[in-house]
Every structure is written in structure tokens, then in C-alpha cells.
Design a binder for this molecule. Structure first.
Ligand SMILES: *Cc1c(COP(=O)(O)O)cnc(C)c1O
Length: 466
């Protein structure tokens, strides 16, 4: 049989899909029980994948089987309720199901003519996000792979606009001889922002750093004199403490000076979509661009980042490099590629739409506030057990100091990870090694938190007994 014929048969019989479905269900049923991090055996078995590129075509059934047998056990159990590493989100059932369906569609969202449905859902999500976060009516959205990419877009738009205001067309004239722009960022700015600053050619050494307070919030009184050449980077959700910068105060003076404000709210911007935590994002609507992830707090599948920008002309011009006049020349309808660096892109707005349609404003509040409650529970139970909690738990992040020395902290963290009971990662806070807990999955229950706290306690016991 020719390869073409085999593929036709595979497409028509659905047997492969049934096989995949069986594996997927098996995985889903076991994920809450198994070790959160893969066992040593599972990691060693990854050698199964190391081989020369096959010369001849393979057997689809066997390929799926290999992936499930050796791949599934080597995943981290991120959907199981006791994964607290980085700020990795879980996945809402409705978004997983809609992703499954839309995988069959395999749409490209570059242009309306490539996918009217993807274009429509992007448009709907754009409006809903604007409403949810309380952003200006002229805010547009670009659907990108993640916040890292969204930040790049926001900063490119900022550069385009501030230079344009000075009579310099960045797309045509470039860096050489351009009027200098100033970059102002807090000491606790996320690495993804620093990376964007470097990639766009601003130079990390040129950043005007602003000190933070004990929670990592930027200190408004430390700001230098601002002017219309300034790009200011603020943060909704410090990756360690979860704290929020005082937007209201800073945005007012920045706007008076004609500066551009970008707010990185990869996971924290969702506080602005709640009733009970909205106070944390007071004043965000006074900024010019915002970056946020669907795949963190909102629990959509990977990968899903969003850039929101109130200056459509600057954003589209910066990303298309073909001039603002092209803004709506592709079609009457929304052409997604105008708002992103990529042309071809998967239809990630499908899952975003499903999440927002399913949750509604009240559901977003429950989801996000629930994470906050689990984080508070985590902190309280650890405190009772004698662990140091170094931050005010205002959102979903908890900074834990389990020991006096960095060496002991490392050993306790390793023991927690080895237990397989939960997974937490490390960080550095005020010069000291710490364990960082991020509650970022809807599925995490009070029982998951209790069980994880027990893993902390047992890890500390084993270390001190040695
Ligand atoms: C996760 C995170 C980023 C990077 O987002 P990606 O989606 O991983 O690219 C940027 N900023 C903050 C505050 C984050 O938490």
C-alpha cells in the first residue's frame, strides 16, 4: 500500500483516534494518583525516543502506542491538582474538549478568508476581555503564543508610537540615529520583560531601574522625572510574591508626561476580571498595553497569550511594518495577523472563547478567587507547621522559607519533589533561597493543599533527622 493510501485509511477508519481516546482517558484517570513528577524509571525510559531518523514510513498505531507507553509517564502531572511549580495553569474541561474539536478543524487564523470562525471568535474574545478587565473601548487584542511574545508586541508598539510622535518612522528609519527612548522598569520585573527589552535593542544596561518595597511593588516616589520618551513597565502579579504595582498613582503622572505604560499581567491581570480581587488592579485602564496569558490563571490549554493595546495604529504598524494605512485593507472583517508578529497561527481563541463563555464573569471570579483561597490555606497551614511565609498572600503565590540556610532549603525542596506528592519550585527572595508555591489550577482542592502541606512537613523531618 502506498503511504497516501495508508493515510487515507487512517483518516477514514477512526481507529487511531479511538486508540488515542483510550490512552487519553487512561491518562486522565490516573493523573491524580500518580507521582506529580515522573519517576526516575520514566525519565530513564525516554531513551526509547533516541534513534536515527527512520528511513521508511512507520506504523501509526505503534507510534501512538510508544508515545503513550513512554511519553505519558514522563509528563508532569500538571492537571492533577498538586502541581504548584512556576505559574503553570491547569486546564478547564470545556477548553480541552473544544481544543479537541478544533484540532480537527486545523484552522489558520492569519486572515478572515482562511477561517471565518476563528476570526469571529477572536473578535468576540477581544470585546469580552476589554469588558472583563475594564479596558478602554478602543483596545484591540492580538492572540499570540504567550506573554513573552505579547510583551514583545507591546514594546514594539510603544517604540513605534513614541518615535512617531517625534517624527521618526521606526519601520523605515530603524535604530540608527533614532531619538533615544528611555526604559523604566522595576527591580522585580519578570525575566520575559527584560528579554523583550534586550531583543528589541533597547539594551539592558540602559534600563532606569526603580526599587521595590518588601513585597516587590515598584515604589512611585523613586520614579525619575518622566517625559514623552519614556516606556514604563509595570507588573500585575509579581512572579514570586504575587504583588501588584500601584498603577493608579504611576499612570496618572506617566500620562501627564506623555509616556507609554505597559502592564505585564501574565497571571495577575485576571484579578482585574474578578469582583473580589479587582481592587488589586485599580488604574490598569490608564495604561497603553497589557500582556496576559490564557494558559495560566484562566486555565486554557497551551499555548495562549494575549496582547491588549489601546493604540491599534501603533500596534498594527509595528507588527506589519507596512504602514498604518494598511490597517483594514485585507477585509472588512477581522484579520488576526494584523495584531500578531506571525502570519500562520493556530486558532487559540477557540479555547479562550470556550473558557469565557463557560465561566462567565461570575465564574472567572470563582475560579480566580478559589486559587487565592487555596493559596491562603497553603500559607496558613504551613505557618501553623512552623514554616516561614515571606509574602503577603494577596493573590495565588506563596513564598515559603523552610529553613535558615540555603543548603537546607534546597534539600527540603528536593525531598518534597522526590516524594511525588506535589511539585514546587525554588526561587530567590531578598537574597535568600525560598520555595515558591503557585496555586494556578481550578482542580486543586483543599484536600490537595492539606496533602501537599504534609509532604512539606515530612520532607523537613527527613532532612533534620539525617
Ligand atoms: C509566565 C510569565 C511571563 C512569561 O509568560 P509566557 O506565557 O511563559 O511566555 C511573563 N511575565 C510574568 C509575570 C509571568 O508570570
Amino acid at each position: 500500500m502506498t503511504l497516501h493510501n495508508s493515510m487515507h485509511r487512517e483518516q477514514q477508519s477512526k481507529a487511531l483516534l479511538e486508540q488515542a481516546k483510550g490512552y487519553a482517558y487512561e491518562y486522565a484517570d490516573s493523573v491524580a494518583q500518580r507521582n506529580v513528577f515522573p519517576s526516575k524509571q520514566a525519565v530513564a525510559d525516554l531513551e526509547q525516543f533516541v534513534e536515527d531518523l527512520p528511513t521508511t514510513s512507520g506504523d501509526a498505531t505503534a507510534i501512538l502506542q510508544q508515545l503513550h507507553q513512554y511519553g505519558s509517564p514522563a509528563t508532569t502531572a500538571q492537571t492533577g491538582g498538586r502541581y504548584f511549580g512556576f505559574v503553570n495553569g491547569g486546564i478547564l474541561p470545556v477548553t480541552l474538549a473544544t481544543k479537541w474539536l478544533s484540532d480537527f478543524w486545523d484552522q489558520n487564523t492569519a486572515l478572515y478568508v482562511m477561517s471565518p470562525i476563528a476570526s469571529k471568535l477572536e473578535e468576540v474574545c477581544e470585546g469580552w476581555l476589554r469588558q472583563l478587565f475594564g479596558l478602554p473601548d478602543n483596545t484591540v487584542a492580538g492572540f499570540v503564543s504567550g506573554t513573552s511574545s505579547a510583551i514583545l508586541c507591546g514594546l514594539a508598539a510603544a517604540r513605534y508610537r513614541l518615535l512617531q510622535n517625534q517624527g521618526w518612522d521606526f519601520n523605515r528609519q530603524g535604530h540608527n540615529g533614532a531619538p533615544p527612548l528611555r526604559i523604566i522598569a522595576g527591580r522585580h520585573t519578570h525575566g520575559a520583560v527584560i528579554k523583550a527589552i534586550a531583543m528589541l535593542g533597547f539594551g539592558i544596561d540602559n534600563i532606569e531601574w526603580i526599587e521595590g518595597d518588601d513585597q516587590g511593588r515598584i515604589l512611585p516616589q523613586q520614579f525619575p522625572e518622566l517625559d514623552s520618551s519614556c516606556i514604563i513597565l509595570l507588573q500585575a502579579g509579581n512572579v514570586n510574591s504575587g504583588s501588584f504595582d500601584p498603577f493608579d498613582e504611576i499612570c496618572d503622572s506617566a500620562n501627564r508626561a506623555g509616556a507609554w505604560i505597559h502592564i505585564d499581567g501574565a497571571f495577575g491581570l485576571w484579578a482585574g476580571g474578578t469582583k473580589r480581587l479587582k481592587h488589586l488592579t485599580k488604574g490598569i485602564e490608564k495604561a497603553h498595553s497589557w500582556s496576559v496569558d490564557g494558559h495560566k490563571t484562566l486555565n486554557t490549554p497551551y499555548d495562549s497569550g494575549i496582547l491588549l493595546c489601546r493604540d491599534k495604529e501603533a500596534l498594527v504598524s509595528a507588527l506589519q511594518a507596512t504602514g498604518a494605512y494598511l490597517t483594514s485593507c485585507y477585509s472588512e472583517n477581522r484579520d488576526g495577523m494584523l495584531y500578531t508578529p506571525e502570519m500562520s497561527r493556530r486558532a487559540r481563541a477557540v479555547e479562550l472563547w470556550a473558557a469565557l463563555k463557560y465561566l462567565g464573569a461570575e465564574g472567572v471570579d470563582q475560579l480566580v478567587y478559589g486559587m487565592h483561597e487555596r493559596a491562603l490555606q497553603f500559607a496558613n497551614e504551613l505557618r501553623v507547621a512552623g514554616f516561614g511565609i515571606l509574602n503577603d498572600v494577596v493573590f495565588n503565590q506563596v513564598i515559603v522559607s523552610p529553613a535558615d540556610t540555603d543548603t537546607e532549603t534546597d534539600r527540603i525542596m528536593a525531598a518534597i519533589q522526590d516524594s511525588g506528592e506535589c511539585w514546587v519550585g525554588g526561587s530567590v527572595w531578598q537574597g535568600k533561597k525560598v520555595i515558591r508555591v503557585s496555586v494556578c489550577a481550578w482542580v486543586t482542592s483543599p484536600e490537595d493543599v492539606r496533602r501537599s502541606v504534609q509532604a512539606f512537613i515530612r520532607a523537613r523531618e527527613t532532612i533534620t533527622e539525617q
